[in-house]
Write a protein that binds this ligand. Sequence first.
Ligand SMILES: C[S@@+](CC[C@H](N)C(=O)[O-])C[C@H]1O[C@@H](n2cnc3c(N)ncnc32)[C@H](O)[C@@H]1O
Length: 217
Amino acid sequence: MPMVMTPEQNDWFSRMRGEWLSVMRPFDGYGPSALFQPLPALPPELLADCKLLPNRYAILPLLPKGGRVAEVGTQEGRFADHISAECRPEELHLFDIDFSPLTRRTDTELARTATLHEGDSANMLSRLPDDYFDWMYIDGDHSYAGVKRDVEVARTKVKPGGTLVFNDFVMWSPVECIDYGVPHAVCELALNHNFRFTHFALHQLMYCDVALRRPER
Ligand SMILES: C[S@@+](CC[C@H](N)C(=O)[O-])C[C@H]1O[C@@H](n2cnc3c(N)ncnc32)[C@H](O)[C@@H]1O
């Protein structure tokens, strides 16, 4: 049973589901629908080297140690702690529109040891040189427009041969009931700029991660 509801929640959800189906009309059979835009088809060569992993933590040991690393969207810094401990970057750059969740924590050194870039991530990233990072973790604004802006900057800030990892490769967030633009923005990156998928990491609620490699020049 993926969802565990009280009888009251179940009653309400049954009524709401009928209304959702009649108003939103998500299905036109199981093909493309007006509500959900289908993902563009990817040619097999962009997926040929992609390995399946159990979770996002399993990506970290496979990434280079040391070097320059960025996390776009840090919040409290819970995943950045893992990046720091596992990959020991020489430079760790964190980007967030608001670092107060991180700086409120007393159990992490990140606010002192990492470089904090506070503000809109695409804007802050654009101030750094091209080909700067060995790899980047992208987990900021999840709307299509927001991810697309991050992608368009990040794709030139990561070194040729470097890796972009994207969190929340899911079209619909079941927890928040909102659509996410990560899969579309990522597939467009692969198709338009020949970034190849290297890893697909599962998540317990299917908020999966994907990693893609920038082509060598
Ligand atoms: C899901 S949280 C990041 C969680 C973190 N990566 C982790 O796994 O522990 C998303 C973060 O992105 C930040 N964010 C959202 N839109 C942003 C933007 N346009 N520029 C910078 N940060 C943004 C939010 O403030 C939030 O802290």
